[in-house]
Design a protein around this ligand. Sequence first.
Ligand code: DQA
Length: 143
Amino acid sequence: MTSILILNGPNLNLLGTRQPEVYGSTTLADVEAMCRAHATAFDLSFEQSNHEGVLIDHIHAAKGVHAGIILNAGAYTHTSVALMDAIASVELPVIEVHLSNIHAREAFRHKSYIAPVAVGQICGFGAQSYLLAIDAIKGHLKI
Ligand code: DQA
């Protein structure tokens, strides 16, 4: 069965208690359960790290194992050339995801280093952004 990696970056382990007025009250474990229930067509791996290098290692390790990546890089979205290069290097389809609408927030969040190397970006739908990303990668991979 086709396998997809859902990769979450810094501070997303705190979902549910972290600024619920921005990110909602759904925990990362809830998001994982929602994704597993939604993604019946493929196997899911779900990872989170607060460390840029660990996220890069997960992206490298995905090549040859996963058919694509759904990535919420958290604040590294707006800073990390290294994550952008890692995605470009593995040549796997990446769907960029955010719970909040980064374009409606502070100006520094409008810039994404992930967007130029992603198939597309989904943001602003809370936890549902991940389910939309699953549908998007399913359509992109024609699963
Ligand atoms: C986020 C948006 C980022 O700007 C922020 O740094 C996060 C979460 C989101 O899912 O809305 O950590 O990626």
